[in-house]
Design a protein around this ligand. Structure first.
Ligand SMILES: Cc1ncc(COP(=O)(O)O)c(C=O)c1O
Length: 437
């Protein structure tokens, strides 16, 4: 075992990694060696040693869609340093501080109108847990405890903790293992694809009927608006969000939008809900909230939901993560939102969209490619077979790009600051992966 501070070679690091470190969605011990990243700056990841001839990779993933402004950003670094010198953390029970207050105010200002209150937590999945707890508690406090199930559409993804798993796609993906153990929720068919497609009347009617039929037991409908992300990178018409809003109002069911992946401009609107002009009762944001620097998420709700909870026999929201409202993360989130809103985020996302459309067009004619689609700063090439991860990684790295396909999907969600040449390079890498994987 090396001394605590001894310099470790890349081989030593990888041997220890294999021995001790459990990676996301991986076996233990790991079977494929990960790439060791030494540093990151702008849109580039610098590897500790070259892989397939490349030492630097253009990041097509923005660290799972969070690093909007790229890495090592001087404004975000300064915000972190400044806050570190004051305090990196204090508990949030009984104490408060300016970074969290400013952040909550700003989130209320930029999210759809009736959202008024903000519960800060430490990850997207936890923010979804909090959203669900809010909805169930709202009905319990209103004397209707039987309203405790959730309705969602298939092909969704809301996180890996227990209740969010229960509203992920029940058949596809990783959570099938737990069917029978998870709470049983109500599933509608996946929304018909196509952002620009006219809403399908039969589908909309079926959605309304399902909500009506289960209304007595439903606390809430929860969906990813406009883009279903980790459940298949599928885009749908914003019209379905209006259908959900109307049906929820008609049948006394709360509506939750999970904007963890879509928030802060990713789809071309500041929030995906804005495409539909619809406001949810509860909304989750995360991922890009801190510009990818630290883990933080937020659950917003309306006055009606908060007042409903406060009327109950237990008039508090019984949730309090240790690192709730972390000042360091909140200060960086404020700086990141400041950067985003002061700049031309809409123009930048439109530029990225145009670059992705142009660069990915070549994939459409490749054998094994089922569909190519772009919305905002999201580019997707869907294959007609699952991608071979080892081949895919090799092809992308050879092209000087970091990509991480899943299932049949080779996709990119790059930082908005990715320049045109780097965008073209990402697209070439996506096409290279589609050719071999
Ligand atoms: C829509 C959506 N909800 C929830 C989550 C879970 O967030 P986290 O990974 O921060 O727990 C994700 C993560 O990919 C997501 O895309």
């Amino acid at each position: 075992m090396p001394e605590a501070n001894a310099k470790l070679s890349v081989d030593e690091l990888l041997a220890l990694d294999r021995e001790h470190v459990w990676h996301p969605y991986g076996p233990m011990p790991g079977q494929r060696a990960p790439l060791v990243v030494e540093s990151a700056s702008g849109v580039r990841l610098r590897l500790a040693e070259p892989a397939h001839g490349q030492r630097e990779l253009v990041d097509g993933m923005a660290s799972w869609w969070s690093a909007l402004h790229g890495y090592n950003h001087p404004v975000l670094n300064a915000a972190a340093r400044d806050q570190l010198e004051r305090m990196s953390h204090v508990m949030f029970g009984g104490l408060t501080h300016e970074p969290a207050i400013r952040l909550a105010k700003r989130l209320v200002d930029i999210t759809p109108e009736p959202l008024a209150h903000v519960f800060l937590s430490d990850s997207g999945s936890v923010s979804v847990e909090v959203a669900i707890k809010m909805c169930l508690q709202y009905w319990r406090s209103s004397g209707r405890p039987g309203k405790r199930r959730l309705l969602t559409w298939r092909r969704g993804y809301h996180g890996d903790t227990w209740h969010p798993m229960s509203v992920c796609d029940p058949d596809g993906g990783m959570h099938r293992l737990w069917s029978g153990a998870l709470p049983r929720q109500v599933f509608a068919d996946a929304p018909p694809p196509g952002f620009d497609a006219e809403p399908d009347r039969r589908y909309a009617a079926a959605l309304r009927e399902l909500i009506g039929r289960h209304a007595a037991e439903l606390a809430a409908v929860i969906v990813e608006p406009v883009v279903q992300n980790a459940g298949g990178m599928r885009f749908h018409s914003p019209g379905y969000l209006r259908v959900l809003r109307e049906a929820c109002d008609e049948h006394d069911v709360l509506l939750v939008f999970d904007e963890i992946a879509t928030g802060f401009g990713r789809t071309g609107a500041l929030f995906a809900a804005d495409h539909a002009g619809v406001a949810p009762d509860v909304m989750c944001v995360g991922k890009a909230l801190t510009g990818g620097y630290l883990s933080m998420a937020a659950t917003l709700c309306t006055r009606r939901v908060a007042e409903g909870i406060s009327r109950g026999e237990v008039p508090v929201l019984a949730h309090g993560p240790t690192f709730m409202g972390n000042p360091l993360a909140a200060a960086i989130a404020n700086a990141s939102l400041g950067l985003l809103l002061a700049g031309d985020w809409a123009g930048e996302v439109a530029r990225v969209a145009a670059g992705l459309r142009e660069g990915l067009a070549a994939a459409a004619g490749l054998p094994g490619v089922r569909d190519v689609r772009v919305l905002g700063a999201i580019g997707v090439v869907e294959l007609d077979h699952p991608a071979d991860m080892a081949e895919a990684t090799r092809a992308a790295v050879r092209a000087g790009v970091w990509l991480r396909p899943f299932g049949e999907l080779v996709y990119t969600m790059p930082p908005y600051v990715t320049g045109d040449e780097d965008l073209a390079r990402i697209c070439e890498a996506v096409c290279a992966v589609a050719r071999v994987a």
